[in-house]
Design a protein around this ligand. Structure first.
Ligand code: TXA
Ligand code: MG
Length: 320
């Protein structure tokens, strides 16, 4: 049951945040569960509401590169180029933090994750506030990220006072996280900004291998973004034969069955951006369908297809 108010009242959202409370905010990637990033009490509330372990650090959201400079010791050249090219946008940069950022935000790490989100309501909200907003995705820890105010209300509505409704998220997968070593970019999480776009500005990037023991980015834990039903990834024709009507089908652009009542095609025209926008909503709705399994296929490994495949593999990892 949801008790949160859902609305577009920026002053109301700002008042709750100034009061140390947490509210859900829209971004272009997914909805965030936001609190004052400079206030340890608010940060603690975020972890409590999300039931997230304290070792998993939070992203700090601010409204411009200039304001980001208040929270980091320096912005190396490669990072500045990327920020200038892609902020506001689905890019998170790991930069050396100033002590004004509390330990709880970075889980004690010396780098803070920071980004300028590209959503008109949230940008306006950030400009009204004299503090930045810490915000993880607004889902219970380990579940699929929310891409609408209703998704947030269904799972966290009973725990927070307000959900700022910015409509459906335009990108639909979380931000791409980039760190730097000797000014060379390293991708820690594939996300809403394509690797190809980053490489055009910053040159070749290194992809951090997946690992379930990497303490630097727990968002990389293999089983994450997981629906509660078994999620099976492979050749859809074979999977349909094997699981029949006990399965719901999640496909990229083809319709594989004319008899299954539960199937979602992410983008009938084969557009990877559209597929990303629909991915999490589709996973949620198939998770609620009266079937035992969700069966799905990988997309082409290019553009946002890489981030989509990363989320599909993690959803599937839950059962392996
Ligand atoms: O698109 C997004 O990034 C969304 C929206 C709300 O901005 N936020 C988001 O936050 O996805 P979250 O907390 O669900 O995922 C952020 C990931 C975490 O899993 C964490 O591991 C990583 O970012 N992270 C945060 N701070 C970090 C740090 N200082 N060093 C390394 N990784 C960090
Ligand atoms: Mg998350």
């Amino acid at each position: 049951m949801s008790t949160a108010q859902i609305g577009t009242d920026l002053s109301k959202a700002a008042a709750f945040l100034r009061n140390g409370e947490v509210v859900a905010i829209p971004t272009e990637t997914v909805y965030g569960l936001a609190g004052n990033a400079l206030n340890e009490y608010s940060a603690t509330r975020i972890f409590e509401v999300k039931e997230r372990p304290f070792f998993d650090p939070l992203i700090v959201h601010t409204s411009s590169i200039q304001r980001a400079e208040e929270f980091v010791l320096e912005i190396p050249d490669a990072a500045r180029k990327l920020a200038e090219a892609f902020w506001p946008g689905p890019l998170t940069l790991l930069l050396p933090r100033r002590s004004i950022i509390p330990d709880i935000i970075t889980s004690g790490l010396d780098k803070v994750a920071i980004r300028v989100p590209d959503h008109p309501l949230t940008l306006e909200l950030l400009k009204m506030l004299d503090f930045p907003l810490a915000a993880p995705s607004a889902n219970p820890f380990g579940y699929i990220s929310p891409t609408s105010a209703q998704h947030v209300a269904q799972q966290l509505g009973h725990k927070i006072p307000y959900i700022l409704d910015g409509g459906e998220c335009g990108v639909g997968v979380e931000s791409t996280i980039i760190g730097f070593e000797n000014d060379k970019p390293i991708v820690y999480r594939l996300g809403g900004l394509a690797v190809e776009a980053i490489e055009k500005i910053a040159g070749p990037v290194t992809l951090m291998a997946h690992s379930s023991s990497n303490p630097l980015a727990p968002g990389m834990l293999k089983s994450h973004y997981a629906p509660s039903k078994p999620f099976l990834l492979g050749d859809l024709k074979q999977l349909i034969q094997q699981y029949g009507n006990e399965a719901a089908i999640l496909s990229f652009h083809k319709q594989y069955s004319y008899t299954h009542s539960h199937q979602i095609i992410l983008s009938p025209s084969g557009d990877l951006n559209e597929a990303a926008r629909h991915l999490f909503g589709a996973m949620r709705s198939l998770d609620q369908a009266p079937v035992k399994y969700i069966i799905a296929e990988l997309l082409p490994e290019q553009g946002l297809g890489r981030a989509i495949n990363d989320r599909l593999r993690r959803a599937a990892a839950e059962n392996s």
